[in-house]
Design a protein. Structure first.
Length: 141
C-alpha cells in the first residue's frame, strides 16, 4: 500500500495529483526525506488562487492523504498562484542542514514573492517544524 494516497474525489483535482506525485517521487528518489515524512503530523492546506483550486495534505506519521479542497482545520495554509506553488518545490536546500538556501535562485525568488505578499503562509510561526519538513519533503533539490 502506498504511503501517499488520494482521498475520494481528489483524483479530479490536478493540484492534488501533482503534489501527491511529487511527494511520492521525492520519497523514492531521496530516502533521507523519509525521516521528515515519518515525523510529520498535521494538516496543510495549499490554495492555488489563480486556478481556483485547493488541496489539504493530511500527514499522519509516515502516511499522507491528499484531499480535494480545504478539509478540516488546517494547521498551516499556503496561498499563492499556481506558478508560485510549483516554485516552492524548486527551493534549493543547504547541504549540511537541509534548510532553504537563500543564495539559491529559486529560493531567492520565493522569498521575494513572499515579501511582496504573492506567497502567503499562515500559521508558519505556530508550526515551524511542519513547515520546514514540508519544504524539505517537497523540494526536488
Amino acid at each position: 500500500m502506498s504511503q501517499v494516497t488520494l482521498a475520494p474525489g481528489a483524483e479530479a483535482n490536478g493540484l492534488a495529483l501533482m503534489i501527491a506525485g511529487l511527494i511520492e517521487q521525492n520519497l523514492a528518489d531521496a530516502p533521507k526525506k523519509r525521516a521528515d515524512f515519518t515525523r510529520m503530523r498535521g494538516r496543510v492546506a495549499i490554495v492555488a488562487e489563480d486556478a481556483g483550486v485547493a488541496v489539504t495534505l493530511v500527514f499522519d506519521g509516515g502516511r499522507l492523504e491528499v484531499h480535494d479542497g480545504i478539509t478540516g482545520m488546517p494547521d498551516v495554509t499556503v496561498r499563492a498562484d499556481s506558478d508560485d506553488v510549483v516554485a516552492l518545490s524548486q527551493v534549493e536546500l543547504t547541504r549540511r542542514f537541509a534548510l532553504p538556501d537563500p543564495r539559491g535562485a529559486h529560493t531567492s525568488t520565493v522569498l521575494t514573492r513572499s515579501r511582496e505578499g504573492k506567497i502567503k503562509v499562515y500559521n508558519a510561526l505556530a508550526h515551524p517544524a511542519l513547515v520546514l519538513r514540508l519544504t524539505r519533503l517537497m523540494s526536488v533539490g
